[in-house]
Design a protein around this ligand. Sequence first.
Ligand code: SF4
Ligand code: SF4
Ligand code: SF4
Length: 247
Amino acid sequence: MKPKVAFFDFTSCEGCQLTVVDSLQTHLDLLNAVEIVQFREAISERGEDYAVAFVEGSITRAADEERLKQIRAQAAVLVALGACAHIGGVNAIKNLAPMDDVRKYVYSDKAEWYATYAARPLSAVVKVDAFIPGCPIDREEFIRVVKAVLLGKKPPIPDYPMCVECKLKENVCLFHKGGFCLGPVTRAGCGAICPTYGDGCEGCRGVIPNPNLNSMKGVLDEHGLTADQILARMTMFCAYDPGQLGK
Ligand code: SF4
Ligand code: SF4
Ligand code: SF4
């Protein structure tokens, strides 16, 4: 019997689900190996009997929590899909301002109609068994994680910094060109795509476990930069937990 899989979304742009659709089109072997029972972006069925749940998006209101807990109760394995689900992502930028101000800014005189609260990743509400980082996710990494989950193995997500990939590509470090980059503390796995094309990493794959803060501070000192400047750059994707860098 094929494993039953379902996809769900909370607050997100749905770009990670689109990446899944795109990815599955070129991996028909995987598509044939599972039974997708719910995937709003791709099929109209809404089966509630599933073993693996892929969940995109952040939790941004009380009603989301109840729905996520129901998904968690049904799924044997729950996978956070993309930065919004994994680390709060861009949704958590609003957490940096008073929530009443945010609501008024977005909804104006209808602000009280919308019960939004500070955005949080799935792991702030339920146990998450695995995650696929990035904004959006990497399509090949998605396939690798699905295969690992189906085989009951630990998903092969790197836990070393982006600089390793960047140096393997023989890129000239952006710090040497007067730029700024979160590569020393960001999880590798995207092929250092932003630095490779001249943009500093913004940390969409999240901070690595046990980041080498002394090394990062050394890099900053060497280039006349401060920890506050790092925090300012981290607001794009890591605003939910800026304390990861020891501030
Ligand atoms: S992680 Fe990025 S691409 Fe994925 S749903 Fe969130 S905003 Fe969209
Ligand atoms: S450009 Fe960024 S990722 Fe590349 S080596 Fe420099 S700090 Fe590391
Ligand atoms: S280089 Fe950084 S910001 Fe760019 S895709 Fe990779 S993790 Fe995300």
